[in-house]
Each structure stands twice: as C-alpha cells, then as structure tokens.
Ligand binder design. Structure first.
Ligand SMILES: [Zn+2]
Ligand SMILES: [Zn+2]
Length: 254
C-alpha cells in the first residue's frame, strides 16, 4: 500500500493543507486537498473517496473536483461515508444552491459522482482492501477507518477526542503496520480540544496507552496550522521514536 500525504493539517495556510491521503493513486481518504495538489490526470485516476465526516476541512476539494470530472470518466467517482455525512453533503453542499448536484450531472444515468453509504463496524470491500469504519468522538457523526490488505493493516483515527471502541478494534486487527492519529491542539488549548472533540499531546499519550502497538509506526496529522510548530516541539519532547508527524507530500510504503 502506498500512502501519499496530500494534506495533513486541520486547517489551511501557505504550507499547510487540509486532510487528504491518496492511497495507491486510486482512493482518497478524506477530500481536503485534491484539486489544490493533483494534476488533472491524477484526479481522473481517483475512483473512490472515503470520508470520515462532513466537516469542511475534510470535504473542501470535493465540489471543485466534481467540476473537472464531467465527460472525462466512464464511471462516477464513488463517495463513501456514514449516512449522516452523505446526507450533509447532499443537503448542504450538492444542493443546487451552494454547488450543483453532480449526482445528476451530466445525467442521473451517468453522473459525475455517486454516494455510497458505508456500514459501521462491519467489513466491506473497497479497492482490493477490507475496510472497517468505527465511530469515534467528535461533534458530528465521525468514523475512523481500518484498512486491511494482504501486506498488513493501517488505521486512521479521523477527527476524534478520547475514544475507546476504535482502539479495541485496532487491537483486534492482525498484522498492524501503521496508525494515523489526529493531534490538533497544544495542551494550553485543552479546553478547546475538549469542546471540539480533538486531541492534545496529553490526551494523545493517554490514547496511545490504549493501543497494542506491536511495533506499528504512529503517524500524527491534523495539526492546526496556527500551532503546528508548537505541536511538533511537543511531539519531539515526547522522545518516542515510533511517533512521526506527517509532512505534506510524504509517501509511505506499507
Ligand atoms: Zn478536521
Ligand atoms: Zn472535524
């Protein structure tokens, strides 16, 4: 599995892009940075987008992507997510007010995008992988994902504050290779992290105590741009060699 970091921040500034991981050139996990990074040919190669939740920093480039697809692909790009996430996108984004409904453009028979609701806690097949979505703790319906391939398993926390079920599911997953965990605010902003359902270095450490790591690498992402330098210092001070902060354009082979 090749994971390319198109965006790994919880907001946008120069040198900071919102969350999006491109997996094996075909699948995006979240859609925060697609059109802002990829060339047209790379965008046209994406068949599936897996959403963790509906927040803007995770769906930002989806509307602009659809505009590029019309008449360019044989099949619609499939947008997968929990029921509430897809309902939000349908009602609040692709509603023919904020943006045209590309589920019916150029036609309902051959649209540019198609929504596919995912099951929770039950494996489903996608791009040759087995995918499991586990609900996490955030102000809107949100999931983390566990992706399993013959080469090993990779998990993504999605946006979440302290949680339990995701760690139990990861611990029960064989051949764990990597876990991508959100880290958004410094300890000095713990109140905001608690209010908004995010992790700080302190709560991250407590969460990692729940993980049976088995040698897996931990990649940290979703750092808020205004505090990213401070957060990187805090991670370095933890002195744990298995912790790595994601950087834009990193590519990990798993
Ligand atoms: Zn976010
Ligand atoms: Zn969020």
């Amino acid at each position: 599995m090749k994971i390319r970091v198109l965006g790994c921040h919880g907001g946008e500034l120069p040198h900071h892009r919102t969350t999006c991981f491109l997996i094996d050139d075909k699948l995006c996990l979240d859609g925060g940075s697609i059109t802002s990074v990829l060339e047209l040919e790379e965008i046209l190669a994406i068949d599936d987008i897996l959403l963790t939740h509906s927040h803007f920093d995770h769906v930002k480039d989806l509307p602009l992507m659809t505009d590029l697809l019309v008449g360019r692909r044989e099949t619609p790009v499939r947008v997968h997510g929990p029921d509430e996430t897809l309902r939000c996108l349908g009602e609040d984004v692709f509603n023919n007010r904020l943006w045209p409904d590309f589920r019916a453009i150029p036609s309902t028979q051959a649209p540019s995008i198609a929504f596919e609701q995912i099951p929770l806690r039950t494996k489903f097949a996608l791009q040759g992988m087995q995918v499991t979505a586990i609900p996490v703790h955030h102000p809107v319906s949100s999931v983390g994902y566990i992706l399993e391939t013959a080469q090993g398993a990779v998990a993504f926390s999605g946006d979440t504050g302290p949680t339990e079920e995701l760690w139990k599911s990861i611990n029960a997953t064989p051949n764990l290779k990597a876990v991508f965990v959100e880290l958004s605010f410094p300890d000095s902003m713990q109140w905001l992290a608690d209010l908004s359902g995010h992790l700080t270095p302190s709560t991250l450490c407590a969460e990692l105590e729940k993980l049976d790591r088995r040698g897996a690498q931990i990649y940290l992402y979703h750092l808020k741009p205004s505090v990213s330098a401070e957060l990187k210092q805090a991670v370095a001070a933890m002195g744990k060699d298995y912790l790595q902060v994601c950087e834009l354009d990193d590519v990990y082979s798993i």
